[in-house]
Write a protein that binds this ligand. Structure first.
Ligand code: HEM
Length: 287
């Protein structure tokens, strides 16, 4: 077993290279993992707030001015004259997008939980009710109103909705039973699947920038192999990375922690790149 106080690991004796690396990893593994996760979270929250600013600045402003048809510049079925129920579902979907994104970020901030535990509980209830409403509303929108994309994307986003509903149930169940570690794990998974639509947007814009144009899909029909891949990857990849993070955090392998921390730092840069691309191409120009 490794021992951080060992003179071998502190380098006072000539240690074989593997052992020296192990000692270094022992010292920096846990703090590096924490720093990497925090940096990703900070960047992601800033990027999600830009998405919220766009929702309020574009959809909210048009609604306040009574120009609901302006929504159709982005959403082909955003506003359908005469379809009161459908328009209400879309309006609630957009309004609750802001509640869910801001509320989700606050739920995961340790300082908020520490300083205001009652707020965490109430905000948590509002968050869970909101994500349920959005998922059910999203399913109604996809399967009754129609939206951009082909069947594969509709199936993928519907699975996303079902995962949100399932993970919300798990996070709530474990919170009620005071199983805090399990509650935390399911809440983190929930945060990522709720962010699926956001991951889709930053992923797509990063892809377009890297390839200098739409590659792997037809921009007119908004269908093609890359979009099918991305529609599933928007939640499968973040969930896979989270599992690696949770295993590294709970396990004893220092090298594993360093490796996952390195991967998370790289993903932080990638996420930042996607946010810049999405902001410049989609969000800021519509404000
Ligand atoms: C829970 C997290 C979600 C958030 C924060 C969210 C947010 C949004 C936002 C901001 C838009 C406007 C799109 C834009 O201007 O880029 C939108 C549209 C849409 N969302 Fe969601 N959404 C979520 C989940 C879902 C789910 C799970 C589904 C499907 C099951 C869904 C279905 C749709 C559809 C179909 C549209 C477009 C409607 C149209 O084309 O007329 N959303 N969503």
């Amino acid at each position: 077993m490794t021992n951080a106080s060992s003179p071998v690991l502190q380098g006072s004796l000539r240690a074989p290279p593997g052992v020296a690396l192990g000692g270094f990893a022992d010292r920096i593994g846990a703090p590096a993992l924490k720093a990497a996760a925090t940096s990703w979270f900070v960047v992601a929250v800033l990027g999600q707030l830009l998405f919220v600013a766009y929702v309020i600045g574009f959809y909210g402003r048009a609604a306040l001015q009574g120009r609901f048809e302006a929504w159709n510049k982005v959403l082909p079925h955003g506003y359908v004259a005469g379809d009161t129920f459908g328009n209400l579902v879309v309006s609630l979907h957009l309004a609750f997008a802001t509640v869910v994104i801001v509320g989700g970020a606050l739920q995961l901030m340790p300082a908020v939980r520490r300083v205001a535990p009652a707020f965490h509980r109430w905000n948590g209830r509002i968050y869970l009710a909101s994500v349920l409403l959005m998922s059910v509303g999203g399913l109604v929108m996809v399967w009754t109103r129609g939206t951009v994309g082909d069947l594969s994307q509709h199936v993928a986003i519907s699975i996303n909705a079902l995962l949100i509903i399932a993970f919300a149930g798990m996070a709530f169940r474990h919170a009620l039973a005071r199983r805090i570690d399990l509650h935390r794990r399911w809440a983190l998974r929930l945060f990522l699947v709720v962010g699926g639509v956001w991951f889709f947007r930053i992923g797509l814009m990063a892809w377009i920038v890297v390839n200098r144009g739409p590659v792997g899909f037809d921009p007119k029909t908004f269908a093609g192999p890359f979009l099918t891949f991305l529609a599933f990857a928007q939640y499968v990849l973040p969930l896979a990375v989270l599992e690696l993070y949770l295993r590294a955090q709970a396990g004893r392998g220092s090298l594993q922690r360093v490796a996952v921390a390195g991967g998370l730092f790289a993903l932080t840069l990638l996420t930042a790149g996607g946010i810049v691309a999405a902001s410049m191409i989609m969000w800021l120009p519509r404000l």
